[in-house]
Design a binder for this molecule. Structure first.
Ligand code: NAD
Ligand code: UDP
Length: 321
């Protein structure tokens, strides 16, 4: 049994990771300051004998008692609406947060996996994106607090490897979706799902010609664990995502068709620096980790829409009490 810290464990991806690690028999310390995550995401584990919840902000130094084998760092707001709400704090979370977690990894001799992002490629100049691309990020734009923070975090991890021999792993995560996404986080999957379920028009930004490639959360968690458990010499960065690319307009039509409603599209302005194309090249993940996603969009959407439908029904019942 390993003792594993999941920073950001009460968030969307982190809570699924905690579930999987518990199911595999490990002891899980879920650390979170509940900035964008919630108790609801982990409430089913609170009485579990191998689960601990620790409320803490990784911007502050942290102490963990006892041994620690692995640290997954997922603590960072991930949706543009959330990370742009307090941009300096977003930078601090990526830079100071990683500084403290690296110190902890060094003290405990633990492996550390950083949840980096496809945003390190910015508005990509090459398509699909490979790990050797250095990216095209506007360092003065409104997305820079997230993108540059994550780029700096990657630099810090690789310096820790070179300077101290810390066993680091860097995953570049592409757009991921599934149950437990925050219904008001402004991301495209949650927005569109809630809009079609509540009879509102679907807000497509720009003309919807920009593309994204959506990965179901279970596949991502599988990839993160494979990377953490990869041989000592494997550090990444490794792209984790689903190469099935769709335009945002097509995605709006697919989600409406899935729910069985007519798509009513409301065009809104394209956000500044919105990447035009995004699709991962996952050859490294396939070859080094033996990983590839297996959930097709229809199947993942079905589970995600069911989740939002149940959540909206519950909230509706509560508001009528
Ligand atoms: P999320 O916002 O649901 O989860 C982030 C979690 O981190 C939340 O529970 C939040 O409360 C916690 N957190 C934030 N700041 C913290 C702090 N200072 N101290 C302690 N906890 C803090 O986001 P998510 O979609 O689950 O993303 C998880 C990670 O994966 C993030 O690091 C994100 O950058 C990365 N990522 C996600 C995606 C995606 O599509 N979901 C894509 C690329 C990268
Ligand atoms: N988007 C959209 N309508 C929405 C929310 C997002 O058209 O209601 C677009 C957004 O402009 C972007 C894509 O969907 O091109 C993905 O946005 P999201 O915020 O989910 O993630 P990211 O931009 O970080 O990939």
């Amino acid at each position: 049994m390993k003792r594993i810290l999941v920073a950001g464990g009460a968030g969307f991806v982190g809570s699924h990771l905690c579930d999987r690690l518990l199911a595999e028999g490990h002891h899980v310390i879920c650390l979170d300051n509940l900035l964008t995550g919630s108790h609801d995401n982990v409430s089913h584990n609170l009485d579990h004998p191998r689960f601990e919840f620790m409320e803490h902000d990784i911007v502050e130094p942290l102490k963990i008692r006892g041994k620690l084998d692995e640290i997954y760092n997922l603590a960072c707001p991930a949706s543009p609406v959330h990370y742009q709400a307090d941009p300096h704090y977003t930078v601090m979370i990526s830079v100071m947060g990683v500084y403290h977690l690296l110190a902890l990894a060094r003290e405990k001799g633990a492996r550390i996996l950083q949840a980096s992002t496809s945003e390190v490629y910015g508005d990509p100049l090459k398509h699909p994106q490979t790990e050797s691309d250095n990216g095209n990020v506007n360092c003065t734009g409104p997305r820079a607090c997230y993108d540059e923070g994550k780029r700096c975090a990657e630099a810090m991890l690789f310096d820790a490897l070179r300077q101290h021999g810390t066993n680091i792993k860097v995953a570049r995560i592409f757009n991921t979706y599934g149950p437990r996404m925050h219904e008001k986080d402004g991301r495209v999957v949650s927005n569109f799902a809630v809009q079609v379920l509540t009879g509102q028009p679907i807000t497509v930004y720009g003309e919807g010609r920009q593309t994204r490639s959506f990965c179901y959360v279970d596949d991502l968690v599988d990839g993160l664990m494979k990377l953490m458990n990869s041989p000592d010499g494997v550090h990444g960065p490794v792209n984790l995502g689903n190469p099935d690319e769709v335009t945002i307009l097509e995605f709006a039509h697919r989600i409406a068709a899935h729910v069985g409603v007519e798509a009513e599209i409301l065009l809104k302005p394209l956000p500044v620096d919105d990447p035009q194309r995004r699709r991962p090249d996952i050859r490294v993940a396939r070859e080094v980790l033996g990983w590839a996603p297996s959930t097709v969009l229809e199947e993942g959407l079905s589970r995600t829409v069911d989740y939002f439908r149940a959540k909206l029904n519950r909230e509706d019942r509560l508001s009528r009490k």
